[in-house]
Design a protein around this ligand. Structure first.
Ligand SMILES: *[C@@H]1O[C@H](CO)[C@@H](O)[C@H](O)[C@H]1NC(C)=O
Ligand SMILES: *[C@@H]1O[C@H](CO)[C@@H](O)[C@H](O)[C@H]1NC(C)=O
Ligand SMILES: *[C@@H]1O[C@H](CO)[C@@H](O)[C@H](O)[C@H]1NC(C)=O
Length: 405
């Protein structure tokens, strides 16, 4: 039995070698890509062997029509646990030989440890629809080579060490680009006007960079944008009026904005689930905020503003809220009147004017901070540290000092 099976495998592998169908140029390019990889801890590239069909190598797929390689998908560790080949992490550089894979439509190398710059030769890959190099350690400027890509829909370069400006040639992607993710880099300069021409843009992430100046007025034309993250830059007023009907997720936190109010185009969204406007100079009374939809909210961050009143009405209107952050405001309400959505995990109300007692309902949270308020009374038994409770009028019991009977 064993011998029969073995000889079957032998014959079978001879057969595969003999019928290798992958294009020799593609094979060469991939082998040279492999030679640029200095570490491959989960040995994913062990299937990449000369004189075997490169269309069967892991992470590679070919077009059925001509057997040319059209996709490289070598994701390492990503946030998304379902991602292909999760757990693998390559080290090394992206070799310029990749430019020989001229029929490539998808290049996915996110979540690895790639270093060095993006080879200019990638401009030869004119059929690319998706270029995803996020979560690596790539450096240098983003190459100004985007006039080559007339089909690009997804550009993911977040979580690297790219520096310099947004290259002008990105403007040529306006007709089709749906995802532009440049967050968590070292990019500087102004946000270019031309981004307002990206009528099909679904997601724009420029967060955690050094962008300065104002957000272009042309953003008013981004009517299809669902996810906009400009947080953690040095952007200043005035913020443009947007004409988007249904923003899903917005983060403008930690810039130099003084929005005064939560913008109307945000409050009127029928599908918003994440709103983060920390340190945006908002001066409202929270009871006066009447968003048309609150049902889908997962995250609300209004920290470090000048917000008065009570979040009781707002939280009572949410069904799936997971995180609510409002530290550093002037909220004044009785904590025990807050209805905790059953989904709530994180609640930060530190540095406000909250009164009353800490209710038992907080025991269901994974993270709580009600420090520096006007709370009083015995604490329920929780796992939270003293820093979650310090600085109140008269809270007592573990982890604070015992209550005086
Ligand atoms: C929006 O697009 C229209 C048509 O292209 C243009 O005339 C207008 O100036 C744009 N608006 C902004 C704010 O750029
Ligand atoms: C919470 O909502 C319910 C119905 O949805 C309503 O009856 C109740 O008065 C609300 N409570 C507060 C404090 O707004
Ligand atoms: C609670 O917030 C205060 C002030 O905002 C901060 O200093 C403290 O570290 C926080 N504690 C916890 C447990 O998050």
């Amino acid at each position: 039995m064993a011998t029969a099976a073995l000889s079957f495998i032998f014959i079978f592998s001879v057969f595969t070698v003999a019928s290798a169908i992958c294009h020799p140029d593609d094979e060469q390019a991939l082998l040279s890509f492999k030679s640029g990889i200095t570490a491959d801890p989960s040995a994913i590239l062990s299937t990449w062997k000369p004189a075997t069909d490169c269309c069967t190598w892991s992470g590679i797929s070919c077009q059925a029509a001509n057997n040319r390689v059209n996709s490289i998908s070598l994701y390492g560790q990503l946030d998304n646990p379902k991602s292909y080949l999760s757990g693998n992490r390559f080290s090394g550089t992206i070799p310029s030989s990749i430019s020989k894979l001229t029929e490539l439509t998808q290049l996915k190398l996110g979540g690895n440890q790639l270093t060095g710059t993006v080879p200019g030769g990638i401009r030869q890959l004119k059929s690319l629809t998706l270029l995803s190099l996020e979560r690596n350690k790539l450096t240098g400027s983003i190459p100004d080579f985007f006039t080559s890509f007339s089909n690009l829909r997804v550009l993911r370069l977040s979580y690297n060490r790219f520096s310099g400006n947004i290259p002008p040639s990105i403007s040529t992607l306006a007709p089709l680009l749906a995802y532009l993710e440049l967050g968590h880099n070292l990019l500087t300069g102004r946000i270019p006007d031309f981004l307002g021409k990206f009528r099909t843009l679904d997601t724009l992430d420029l967060s955690w960079n050094g962008f300065s100046g104002t957000v272009p007025k042309s953003f008013g034309n981004l009517t299809k944008i669902f996810n906009l993250d400009l947080s953690h830059n040095k952007l200043t007023d005035p913020f443009p009026v947007m004409n988007v009907k249904g923003i899903e997720s917005l983060d403008l936190s930690y810039n130099g904005f003084h929005l005064k109010q939560i913008p109307k185009w945000v409050s009127s969204s029928p599908i918003i689930y994440s709103l983060k406007l920390a340190k945006c100079g908002i001066q409202m009374h929270l009871d006066d905020w009447n968003p048309s939809e609150t049902y889908f909210f997962d995250y609300i961050d209004l920290s470090e503003n000048e917000i008065k009143g009570s979040p009781v009405k707002l939280l009572n209107r949410t069904e799936y809220l997971v995180g609510f952050w409002a530290s550093g405001n002037r909220l004044k309400f009785k904590l025990e009147s807050l209805k905790f959505p059953s989904t709530l995990k994180t609640l930060d109300l530190s540095r406000n004017l909250v009164i009353g007692k800490v209710p038992k309902a907080v025991t269901g949270l994974t993270s709580l901070n009600v420090s520096h308020n006007g709370l009083c009374g015995g604490l329920p038994q929780t796992k939270f540290p003293a820093t979650s409770f310090v600085g109140n009028a008269c809270l007592c019991g573990p982890p604070l000092a015992p209550c005086k009977v």
